[in-house]
Design a protein around this ligand. Structure first.
Ligand code: ATP
Length: 363
């Protein structure tokens, strides 16, 4: 079994706690992304799974095997880092074959497996090329191939695409997903890029300041963020978050947003959840879930900036604490200074506790 269990995992560097009591189970064959901003503890977690770093407290199990004291070489993990680690004096073929040769793999099998991994990673035409003459993009592809060819039950990748260019990154996202589907490894993928996590992972573990914030499928973390950090971090642009307080109106429970006025009545289930809370809240809605309300109710705001990004147009409204963004089709007719009424899709509205930032769930 190659499920990974992190139990009460803690890592301290002197007085500094890089990881606070992490509990996470990564299922056998699952693609899990560890996602969060720089310094949140992703690599530290990964290094402990790999056996490069000892934990301060807690346990790591692969299946039911406790990894305490098991060195990296005996853990059966493949590891690819941000900076490719390959032998530049060797050819691509020699690099790919290296690990299997060390293991004494018979020639016919060696040839077959090098051929297969080269084909999968589109390296076949480059097999005879010396590594020192290859681009960073190709070198990282060779590094991934060199690790993948060993068919490790657990494959750890720490920001493997952060040094390659954007077009190549898009290609590699698809290839890595294919690779994992083919070999069915348990894959842990560290990234600060939510697009990578959203497109490849079965589930995402979102981290901040050494604390696991939420674990869920890409759609779960997008649709139902556990707190304002996840709401803001997931999505491009992130969720709009406006301060307010709940208020009863003759049409039902609304959120009073101060100078922006009151929202439309909340859906019944969300209103029921919110009635159990008192005090200040944060009203959240996705930029993709906003319509311009012609003459109807809505948050009246001026357009302050318009970004046309091809298929879609991102419009910024308002300023400071009341700034929000909305994503429209590219044929939206709007100019800076236009004041419109914005109507968030009621079913996509999310409410958070202003003090703790935690989501207030539908009741
Ligand atoms: P990045 O993508 O920037 O590497 P990360 O989420 O992977 O970010 P980590 O590398 O895990 O973050 O680091 C988490 C925190 O622990 C950071 O504040 C970092 O400075 C600190 N840290 C990491 N390694 C050490 C070390 N050996 N000694 C002291 N502090 C460390």
């Amino acid at each position: 079994m190659s499920a990974i269990h992190l139990q009460n995992l803690v890592k301290k560097f002197g007085d500094f706690t890089a990881l606070k009591t992490m509990d996470l189970t990564i299922a056998d064959g699952e693609f899990m992304a560890l996602l969060g901003p720089s310094g949140c503890g992703k690599s530290t977690t990964m290094n402990m799974i790999a056996g490069m770093e000892d934990s301060t407290d807690g346990r790591i199990l692969f299946g039911d095997r406790d990894m305490a004291g098991v060195p990296m070489g005996r853990r059966g993990v493949g590891f690819v880092f941000q900076n490719y680690a390959i032998f530049t004096h060797m050819s691509v073929w020699q690099n790919l074959a290296y690990g299997l040769r060390m293991r004494g793999t018979p020639k016919p099998e060696l040839e077959r497996r090098v051929g297969a991994i080269a084909e999968l990673l589109q390296l076949t035409p480059l097999l005879d090329r010396k590594a020192d003459r290859l681009s960073v993009n190709i070198l990282q592809r060779v590094a991934i191939g060199r690790s993948a060819i060993m068919e490790p039950a657990i494959f750890l990748l720490d920001e493997p695409l952060s040094n390659v260019d954007a077009a190549f990154r898009a290609v590699m996202r698809t290839e890595l997903k294919h690779l994992q589907r083919q070999f069915r490894q348990t894959m842990v993928y560290v990234t600060h890029d939510q697009l990578e996590a959203m497109t490849m992972a079965d589930r995402i573990a979102v981290m901040d300041h050494g604390v696991l914030q939420q674990v869920g499928t890409p759609l779960e973390v997008y649709n139902d963020p556990a707190n304002v950090f996840v709401a803001r971090f997931i999505g491009a642009p992130g969720m709009n978050l406006l301060k307010g307080r709940s208020a009863e109106s003759d049409r039902g429970l609304v959120v009073d947003l101060g100078q922006l006025g009151a929202t439309s009545p909340l859906p019944d289930a969300l209103a029921a959840g919110l009635r159990r809370h008192s005090g200040e809240v944060i009203y959240g809605f996705r930029p993709e879930q906003v319509a311009i309300s012609d003459g109807g109710p809505g948050l009246r705001m001026p357009a302050t900036f318009i970004e046309r990004i091809g298929a879609r147009t991102i419009v910024h409204f308002g300023e400071g604490e009341t700034a929000v963004k909305a994503v429209f089709d590219n044929d939206v007719v709007l100019a800076v200074g236009d004041v419109v009424a914005l109507a968030p899709n009621q079913n996509s509205v999310r409410i958070f506790d202003a003090a703790s930032g935690a989501a207030i769930r539908a009741g």
